[in-house]
Design a protein around this ligand. Structure first.
Ligand code: C2E
Ligand code: MG
Ligand code: MG
Ligand code: MG
Length: 299
């Protein structure tokens, strides 16, 4: 652990203020500890994916799921991505983790299809360093090939900030991914600062309204204006639009009334383990799909 020692020497070294040092020590110790754990977590099989349904707002039909990563930490229990994705990004572990997520999501989706469920599109989050990595396109191609999943059933969610860092390169990379047959969407739309003129050159299919604008729909006129503007903008650009973080009937009604296409949120379902999701889909399936699945299970 040479790098650990270096961190210590550099960050914990000559500090004159005792009080400050003790707090800093604790923070850095915890971070180093998390980092050490993170290095082995892929190999140790400590990551899990949960899947949150995406629903058509008009029909109520589940057409897709978003894969969301969790870390079952041996000491701290189940951790959400906000607790470790930044550290994984900073340390470069995101490459191995991201690859695991892609492979697992593709394999799971292929398994559902083979089990006879009606096909779903699976969405995978890609963070900044992952998107910028040279090998991303290759990694995606490999995940598809190894799982046998057809590209039309895979979508990548990318944030605005990622794209705007190097616009030309990002558009080129999006073009390559699109040419493979997968879909792209802009996540957390409205929280970043993508230029509206650039937006029209992105080969994307969907804008995802960030949940911060969804929370107060029904009570905050500003958020309502933002949400309905994003819906209008998306449709003008011939994109679909989905709202995340939909928790109440009131929010759903607003979105539906304003022409939003899709939604995702606790109102319909929390993120689910694979088996729970399968059960949910079976309940919504028309009888012939359910029968096909029973037949597949019996075979
Ligand atoms: P995101 O992609 O914007 O995902 C939406 C987040 O909102 C998820 O949090 C989801 O569980 C949560 N959510 C869903 N419905 C509701 C709702 O009705 N109300 C509220 N309050 N929250 C809701 P989660 O799972 O904690 O993920 C947080 C972020 O971590 C994600 O934001 C995404 O940016 C990142 N992330 C998750 N999985 C991965 C991954 O596999 N790779 C990478 N690079 N990032 C990931
Ligand atoms: Mg997302
Ligand atoms: Mg989002
Ligand atoms: Mg978000």
């Amino acid at each position: 652990h040479a790098d650990t020692a270096m961190y210590r020497a550099k960050d914990l070294g000559k500090n004159n203020c005792q009080f400050y040092t003790r707090e800093m020590n604790a923070t850095i110790e915890r971070k180093l500890h998390m980092l050490e754990g993170l290095r082995n977590a892929v190999d140790e099989g400590q990551f899990q994916l949960v899947y949150q349904p995406k629903v058509d707002l008009r029909t109520g039909h589940v057409f897709g799921v978003e894969a969301l990563v969790r870390w079952l930490h041996p000491e701290y229990g189940l951790l959400g991505p906000d607790r470790f994705i930044p550290l994984a990004e900073e340390s470069g572990i995101i490459f191995a983790l991201g690859e695991w997520v892609l492979q697992t999501a593709c394999r799971q989706n292929q398994l559902w299809q083979e089990a006879g469920l009606s096909p779903l599109r699976i969405s995978v989050n890609v963070s900044p360093r992952q998107f910028e990595e040279q090998r991303l396109v290759q990694r995606v191609a490999q995940a598809l090939e190894e799982s046998g999943l057809a590209p039309e059933w895979l979508e990548l969610e990318v944030t605005e900030g990622v794209i705007m860092r190097d616009l030309q390169q990002a558009v080129a990379k999006m073009g390559e991914l699109r040419a493979m047959g997968i879909s792209l969407s802009i996540d957390d739309f409205g929280t970043g600062y993508s230029s509206l003129s650039a937006l029209k050159s992105f080969p994307i299919s969907t804008l995802k309204i960030d949940k911060s604008f969804v929370r107060d729909l029904g009570s905050n006129a500003g958020d309502e204006a933002i949400a309905s503007s994003i819906i209008g903008l998306a449709h003008q650009l011939r994109l679909r639009v989905i709202a995340e973080g939909v928790e109440t009937e009131e929010q759903r009604a607003f979105l539906r009334h304003n022409g939003c296409d899709e939604m995702q949120g606790y109102l319909f379902s929390r993120p689910l383990a694979p088996e729970q999701l399968r059960q949910l889909l079976l309940r919504q399936s028309p009888p012939d799909v359910a029968r096909r699945q029973l037949a597949a299970a019996a075979a």
